[in-house]
Write a protein that binds this ligand. Structure first.
Ligand code: NAD
Ligand code: IPM
Ligand code: MN
Length: 370
């Protein structure tokens, strides 16, 4: 019996996780997969009502689950960052989900490229460090700013010395990588490439500008490549953005630091047909992992039965894989494929279905696969 936590969150988060959970339900009817689910009312509504983001009690409860299924977070009524940092990034950090696994697969005919490419890229986005540590501040009137990093592997205070005494104000945000953080990231990347029977890992960075952090990262990855007897290909992130469009079929396992990974995987989602197709897993190999679509709360279409639920369904597939039910995960992915092949999809892909109708179609396809 697997214990799942469900956090629909905000906006279309609820629309799409409802559909994803229906699929999990059907899977449990069809197979040996057995589960219970606890619903968590974490999100903007509660925050606006009570000021609570995630309580310690909720962290304790979530920490006892086998997996977390998450929708999306974000609300135009709340200042940017409050919910994103206080809920989503907080969970990724607290549960030390240091790998954000984001597959980019050629879901034909929705690949918006002129030339036909078949690709199956496994993006591994580092998920706890880089510019996501919350290490920033605003310096006013020439006074030193004190940065205290709370969400990470260690605490650190940094004094920023003003370059002039003019009293200029400035804001800053630090990107930090720890040796330990890069080590485990590199290990996971080569292990993944090895499992996928690939000969190389592609490491994306900006080592020509941010020389300290990405220089160290290159050293560690290159040692790991030797250890594994595998190839290591370096790509600057700007060139990578271009290469994803002109030769996506040449990439397998791609390791990318947190911020660049955020950006490149939205591009990756678009290569699959749009944000409604991109799924992800926030992985802690020895702890609690969390599965979610990569899109946000999409306030423009929330609650209107317009959201494409496939990203959330594919996130449920990744959760099944992670829990050891790969056969059921594959079945669910095949059910999605069958719907797409049959011309059944939502408006963002050029089809005519609403969220619920799409869910019903996938469910039918799934049942028909037994
Ligand atoms: P978004 O992903 O919510 O939406 C971008 C565009 O894509 C919108 O036009 C939206 O309608 C469309 N879209 C997204 N998902 C779709 C789907 N499943 N089907 C059809 N169309 C879809 O990004 P945004 O507008 O930049 O952000 C909105 C809020 O979500 C912000 O508060 C942001 O911080 C937050 N956000 C949260 C997450 C997350 O929870 N993981 C991810 C990204 C953004
Ligand atoms: C994502 C989102 C988050 C991120 C935001 C909402 C904090 O964009 O999951 O890709 O930047 O990681
Ligand atoms: Mn993102």
């Amino acid at each position: 019996m697997k214990h799942l936590a469900i956090i629909p969150g905000d906006g279309i988060g609820k629309d799409v996780t409802d559909v994803g959970m229906e699929m999990i339900d059907v899977i449990s009817e069809m197979s040996a997969f057995d589960y219970d689910a606890e619903l968590f009312g974490i999100g903007s509504e509660r925050y606006l009502r009570t000021g609570e983001l995630i309580t310690e009690e909720e962290f304790d409860d979530l920490g006892k689950k086998d997996a977390i299924y998450f929708g999306a977070i974000g609300d135009p009524r709340v200042r940017p960052g409050v919910l994103e940092q206080g809920i989503l990034l907080n969970m990724r950090a607290r549960f030390d989900q240091y790998i954000n696994l984001r597959p980019v697969t050629s879901w034909h005919p929705f690949v918006p490229l002129k030339k036909h490419f078949d690709f199956d890229i496994c993006f591994l986005r580092e998920n706890t460090e880089d510019f996501y540590m919350g290490a920033g501040g605003v310096m006013k009137n020439g006074r030193n700013a004190n940065v205290n990093i709370k969400r990470k592997l260690y605490d650190l205070s940094v004094d920023i010395v003003p370059s002039s005494s003019s009293g200029d104000e400035f804001a800053f945000e630090l990107g930090l990588l720890s040796k330990k953080g890069v080590e485990r990231f590199a290990e996971y990347a080569f292990m993944t490439a090895d499992k996928r029977n690939e000969k190389k890992v592609t490491l994306v960075d900006k080592a020509n500008v941010c020389t300290s952090i990405y220089g160290m990262q290159r050293e560690i990855f290159s040692k790991k490549a030797e250890e594994y007897g595998m190839g290591l290909e370096y790509m600057y992130v700007d060139a990578m953005a271009m290469a994803m469009i002109v030769r996506p079929d040449t990439f397998g396992t791609v390791a990318v630091p947190n911020l660049f990974g955020d950006i490149l995987t939205d591009l990756g989602a678009q290569l699959q047909g749009g944000l409604g197709m991109g799924a992800s897993g926030n992985i802690n190999p020895g702890g609690v992992s969390m599965f979610e679509p990569i899109h946000g709360s999409a306030p423009d279409i929330a609650g209107q039965n317009k959201a494409n639920p496939i990203a959330a369904v594919l996130a449920a597939k990744m959760m099944l894989d992670h829990l050891g039910y790969e056969d059921m995960g594959t079945l669910l992915q095949n059910a999605v494929r069958k719907c797409l092949d049959g011309g059944k999809y939502t408006k963002d892909l050029g089809g005519g279905l609403g969220t619920k109708e799409m869910g019903a179609e996938i469910k039918n396809a799934l049942r028909g696969m037994k």
